[in-house]
Design a protein around this ligand. Structure first.
Ligand code: SAM
Length: 327
């Protein structure tokens, strides 16, 4: 069985948020003010997550990415990854802020995780602290080092560029990609921040990033699948390391989107910018059979939005911010 939406897009990619808690407070995501985490009983249990993962796998989901909040703060994530691996999910990955990664790398690999994306928004410890509101720069760097020394290499590093915070580091990040042989991905800031400070002026367009890197190093595009979020480039001088540009704001890729998201509290979201959460937890907890849940999922996915509409008249950001969705 396969999942298709009303526009004929084949849905093969599920982001699973395993917690809404995070040990960072990145300015483009969370507020400095206290935010309300969901109560524990609202969060899907590991058993519920395993059951749902099995159903999504039956529905042709071949890519599962574990995210959050910060996935490594929830105890038991390695066992959950092990269960997904047992299920036979071919593409199993995680997005993490890297703070707890160094000590967990070996267990994650042993559990069956294949790929890892680590967020790193500055190469300057002072600016890193300003953006993440933590002093974890050294821990994150250790996490990157450890991951690079394992089968996770080449590691993907994600930086969200926000004008006035870190857009001056584009060239430094590109140099980091070359020195460390990592895949450096620049993500455009999206209107998903808790403080609602997003504005178009704060977005650093991917075209600007590309032009600035190309002013120093010659790049060539790497062929990619249409559904991939990143436009990829390699250095023509053969130096390892890659550049990825993720431009949901200035070059939306909704027409090829193959993704859906499961929030930690069990809501199914067919777009990052969905106005409505669909209550999969409610289905799960009302003794529905597997067949009933599978039909429910297929019907919800069928209604996936055509596009996110950022920048269009009448655009309204979703009430959930990124930490409560799962990036
Ligand atoms: N805690 C993990 C981490 O930091 O990577 C996983 C969850 S985090 C919400 C997933 C990704 O979303 C990160 O790469 C983060 O930088 C990105 N993100 C968060 N808020 C964003 C925003 N407003 N615009 C663009 N990307 C954002």
């Amino acid at each position: 069985m396969n999942l298709f939406d009303q526009f004929g897009r084949h849905i093969t990619d599920l982001r699973i948020s395993v917690t809404d808690r995070c040990n960072f407070r990145c300015v483009y995501c969370r507020s400095a003010d206290p935010e309300n985490y969901r109560e524990h009983d609202q969060i899907l249990s590991w058993a519920e997550l395993r059951r749902l993962a099995g159903l999504f796998f039956r529905l042709g989901i071949t890519k599962m990415r574990i995210t959050g909040g910060e996935p490594l703060v929830r105890k038991g994530v390695e066992e959950f990854i092990g269960a997904l691996d047992q299920l036979g999910v071919p593409d199993l990955s995680m997005t993490t802020n890297g703070h707890l990664l160094a000590e967990r790398c070996t267990a994650l690999l042993a559990a069956g995780l294949r790929r890892i994306n680590i967020s790193l928004d500055s190469l300057d410890p002072i600016k890193f602290e300003k953006i993440t509101r933590t002093r974890s720069y050294d821990e994150v760097m250790r996490g990157i080092d450890r991951a690079q020394a394992t089968r996770f290499a080449p590691v993907k590093i994600n930086a969200v560029l926000v004008r006035g915070f870190n857009e001056d580091e584009v060239e430094a990040f590109a140099a980091f990609a070359r020195e460390r042989g990592v895949i450096m991905r620049f993500i455009e800031f999206m209107p998903l921040d808790a403080d609602r400070h997003w504005s178009r002026e704060l977005v650093v367009p991917a075209a600007e990033v590309l032009a600035r890197i190309e002013a120093q190093w010659k790049l060539e595009p790497i062929p990619h699948q249409a559904s991939e979020t990143a436009r990829k480039y390699r250095f023509t001088d053969g130096t390892p390391g890659e550049i990825g540009l993720i431009a949901p704001v200035t070059q939306p890729f909704c027409g090829y989107c193959s993704r859906i998201r499961l929030t930690a509290d069990g809501k199914l979201r067919t777009c990052l910018f969905s106005q409505e959460d669909r209550d999969l937890r409610g289905e799960l907890r009302s003794s529905r059979s597997d067949e009933e849940i599978v039909s429910w999922i297929a019907a919800v996915v069928n209604q996936k939005e055509q596009g996110h509409r950022i920048g269009q008249p009448g655009f309204v950001p979703p009430s959930r911010t990124m930490v409560f969705i799962g990036g």
